[in-house]
Design a protein around this ligand. Structure first.
Ligand code: SIN
Length: 463
């Protein structure tokens, strides 16, 4: 019997489409095909692989509006953000189409006249990806593009909340001429497919974007077959506003980094740390900006903040706000809800909390929602201590025009991505990834192709 799951519009709770659940046997067959396809795809010359990825990028651009509409329907983000995400995805395809041609080896001087030493790079094999619902296109593109560019084949399991965007992307890859078995998708329950992926001897690498607990499980389960892993996991980003910061600019940038995708990104500012001498002024400016945000269906013109993806996500955010209020936080704006469990939609209006303290759950756990908790600091040392007091180490932001303050913060913050007067540092040409429990490895930039390559060293003797 064929089984299906339903894709639901989180802004209305309405049914969009049913998607077939692949059986265990079908997934194993897809993995075998990916493994077989590696034998030919890895031998296609880099310039031709580059041309095909570039063609894929063109196809995606031609279909930009349609993809963005699918994305907004299944994810809920405003259409303008979905259009932006398609462009962001294309930037990964374009970057790695170029990088395919720059996979260099080297020669090493030997310690005797009778030897020559060469080092070459080879694709590692079939790569399995598990991608999240919050960026259904971009997170897939930044894994698939370097994998294919390196000469690996690729199989992805998109999130069950948002499979349609990724499926459309892969159909376009096939239309562009990338062989069907070189890039495939499978659908179904995450834990089951995760186990099939990690158990398979044909899969040589797992790349995952999602929660830290699931990432740890995938790493453990990959140990028996010694797979390569890239993990882009949770975050709890601090955003520091120094005493000298341009507060108008900082307030606007904070709104951007906090509320995009309704706060449902791994790099969203999760803790706003403001110097005590400017906290009132900053909060006033910040709240004035937050007031301008419109909450609603992402397909409607003028919407800035869409729904929360599902009830579980909603409950967690509501609980964090409640806990903060019970422990003395002051609501400056928000704490307003528009949710219907029967119909299946969950909106939270952008919320700003003041007088937040470190014992509140919002200061310890990732929120993944449109809530900005503000706390204060007296010295830079204290700001660093507060910022680093988390197991996570993905992104951190700070606002200052003093080069000494900026340099000090850069040097002391334990985070993989730093935005100095920049609320939007993500870019295809730069390495994205976290320290500590935020993950392993980097995606993007010249670093992003390396995890798909093996190094082979050869010593030739007898000269
Ligand atoms: C993420 O939230 O995982 C990715 C966000 C980004 O690429 O900016």
């Amino acid at each position: 019997m064929t089984n299906y799951f339903n894709v639901i519009n989180p802004a209305t709770g309405e049914f969009i489409q049913e998607v077939k659940i692949d059986s265990e046997e079908e997934i194993i067959q897809a993995i075998k095909k990916g493994h077989e396809s590696f034998k030919t795809w890895s031998k296609i010359n880099a310039h031709e692989r580059s041309r095909l990825i570039k063609k894929w990028s063109e196809k995606v651009t031609e279909n930009k509006q349609e993809i963005a509409e699918i994305m907004t329907k299944e994810n809920g983000k405003p259409l303008s953000e979905s259009l932006g995400e398609v462009d962001y995805s294309v930037s990964y395809l374009d970057w790695y189409a170029e990088e395919a041609k720059r996979i260099y080896g080297r020669t090493i001087p030997a310690n005797t006249e009778s030897k020559r030493i060469t080092v070459t790079k080879e694709p590692i094999g079939l790569v399995a990806a598990i991608t999240p619902w919050n960026f259904p296109a971009a997170m897939m593109a930044r894994k698939a593009a370097p994998a294919l560019a390196a000469g690996c084949t690729f199989i992805v399991k998109p999130a069950t909340e948002t499979p349609l965007t990724g499926m459309k992307f892969i159909d376009l890859a096939h239309e562009a001429g990338i062989p069907k078995d070189a890039i495939q998708y499978v659908n179904g329950r995450g834990s089951l497919i995760g186990d099939i992926f990690t158990n398979s001897k044909y899969i040589r690498k797992i790349t995952f974007t999602g929660s830290t607990p699931v990432g740890k499980e995938l790493i453990k389960n990959s140990a028996d077959t010694m797979k390569h892993v890239t993990m882009e996991l949770g975050g709890h980003a601090p955003l520091i506003v120094a005493e000298d910061a341009d507060l108008d600019y900082a307030a606007k940038q904070t709104v951007g980094t906090k509320f995009r995708n309704a706060g449902q990104t791994c790099v969203c500012a999760n803790r706003i740390l403001v110097h005590e001498n400017v906290v009132d002024e900053f909060t006033e400016k910040f709240v004035a900006e937050v007031k301008k945000l419109n909450v609603g269906n992402g397909l409607e013109e003028g919407t800035d903040v869409g729904p929360i993806i599902n009830e579980k996500g909603y409950e967690k955010i509501v609980e964090q706000i409640k806990n903060a209020k019970e422990n003395g936080a002051e609501v400056m704006i928000g704490d307003k809800y528009d949710a219907d469990k029967e119909k299946g939609y969950f909106f939270i209006h952008p919320t700003v909390l003041k007088e937040v303290t470190t014992d509140m759950t919002i200061m310890q756990e990732e929120t993944f929602g449109p809530v900005a908790p503000i706390t204060t600091f007296k010295t830079l040392e204290e700001a660093v201590e507060l910022a680093n007091s988390t197991p996570y180490g993905l992104a951190a932001y700070f606002f200052t025009n003093d080069y000494r303050t900026g340099t000090y913060l850069h040097d002391h913050l334990q985070f993989g991505i730093i935005g100095w007067n920049d609320g939007g540092p993500s870019a295809a040409h730069a390495p994205f990834g976290g320290m500590k429990e935020s993950g392993l490895g980097r995606e993007g930039g010249i670093e992003g192709i390396e995890p798909y390559l093996e190094t082979k060293y050869m010593s030739i003797g007898g000269f």
